[in-house]
Design a protein around this ligand. Structure first.
Ligand SMILES: [Zn+2]
Length: 121
């Protein structure tokens, strides 16, 4: 299984026992690597914050800077949500409009799919 490297630019500079790797007498602090990282591309929130501090402005300029306010409207007020059954045994997945309070059922698969969007037009 391949290991993922923490993308924190300062990860190797933090002193923890698990970062100290190498042969006896020649150990160095190294970037953390794991089969899976709990914080997306990072080993912890400190490394996530370090990356944001260094690259957030570049990332915003690259992917598009917000230059005017956005408004919450009936058309864009849809969010994924779920309701528990009365015995808290099962969840019912829905799209819920936070302005009109309308709900539309979706499947659990659609709920978990980050690319799935409700066609509200
Ligand atoms: Zn890290």
């Amino acid at each position: 299984m391949s290991l993922k490297y923490c993308q924190g630019p300062l990860c190797h500079t933090y002193y923890t026992q698990d970062r100290l790797k190498g042969q006896k007498g020649n150990k160095t602090n190294q970037t953390r690597r794991r089969t899976s990282l709990y914080y997306g591309e990072f080993c912890d929130t400190r490394c996530q914050y370090d990356w944001l501090s260094k690259y957030a402005t570049m990332a915003v300029n690259h992917f598009g800077r917000l230059t005017e306010v956005k408004h919450l409207t009936e058309q864009n007020a849809w969010v994924k949500d779920y309701d528990w059954s009365n015995d808290y045994d099962t969840k019912t997945f829905v799209f819920r409009n936070h302005i009109t309070k309308e709900t539309r059922p979706i499947t659990e698969e659609q709920y978990n799919d980050n690319n799935y969007e409700l066609n509200t037009i």
